[in-house]
Design a protein around this ligand. Structure first.
Ligand SMILES: Cc1cc2nc3c(=O)[nH]c(=O)nc-3n(C[C@H](O)[C@H](O)[C@H](O)COP(=O)(O)O)c2cc1C
Length: 227
């Protein structure tokens, strides 16, 4: 028997598109926007470490600064969001302790065991404690691992928006060091602890601007069953 939830979900993904132009008066309600933010907050993360923070840009001066350093962001979006990724998230970090203790309610013994496992995982399996071969930056692999996880939150926000018929734009088109300088200059982030991972906007698309057709590789090229 067909699963109607699944059919509705796939239809929403088929209908969604990256919004390239927003209607200036387009508005999405606080309630719908909160649903999108909840979809991010409820996202899974490795070891449940939630290495993210979500900034909702409502200050118009800051928004203009963001648009100035982001060639991918659009004018007239109703909501503009910055996803931050946590830096230096190791077993020794205050962040890891706080998650184990305050969020997951682990006892000191349980926390010790969990963080030992976490350290082994980071070191032996993921090797994110090594210098990144791409950038020769000793912290970059660790940041990229946290950043990857913010994309799960990003995907859930995009899917939630799609299900609600809200238009959205995921954005990597941004000079990230510049945006980080702006945020740090305003005292919003400490760049030793946070980096900008990705941006996303929501709103109502300009109806006079047609979305491009859905282009995807065929299912059989994407999925291979190993039997
Ligand atoms: C991580 C990510 C970053 C993206 N960055 C931008 C961007 O900066 N500006 C933009 O207009 N589109 C951006 N896109 C949209 C993609 O170009 C788009 O998703 C892709 O072409 C497929 O089209 P569709 O989303 O309309 O199905 C981004 C998409 C993803 C997933």
């Amino acid at each position: 028997m067909a699963n109607h939830g699944g059919d509705m979900f796939i239809k929403a993904l088929q209908d969604r598109f990256t919004c390239k132009r927003y209607a200036p008066e387009g508005h999405i309600s606080d309630s719908d926007f909160n649903t999108i933010l909840e979809a991010a907050r409820l996202s899974p993360s490795s070891f449940g470490m939630e290495p993210w923070k979500i900034l909702v840009v409502e200050n118009q001066e800051l928004l203009q600064q963001l648009l100035d350093c982001s060639w991918g962001a659009k004018k007239n979006a109703d909501r503009t969001v910055i996803l931050l990724a946590r830096k230096n998230l190791t077993a020794q970090s205050e962040w890891a302790h706080d998650i184990c203790h305050n969020v997951q309610g682990l006892s000191p013994q349980e926390e010790k065991a969990r963080l030992e496992m976490f350290q082994t995982f980071q070191k032996r399996d993921l090797r994110v404690l090594e210098t990144s071969p791409q950038t020769l930056d000793p912290k970059r692999a660790l940041f990229d691992w946290a950043s990857k996880q913010t994309y799960i939150a990003l995907a859930n926000m995009l899917s939630a928006a799609a299900v609600m018929g809200i238009d959205a734009t995921p954005i990597e088109g941004c000079t990230f060091p510049e945006l980080e300088r702006v945020l740090a200059g305003r005292g919003i982030i400490d760049t030793a602890e946070w980096g900008v991972s990705v941006l996303v906007q929501f709103g109502v698309h300009d109806p006079s601007h047609r979305p491009h057709p859905k282009l995807r590789r065929p299912f059989a090229d994407v999925v291979e069953y190993l039997r």
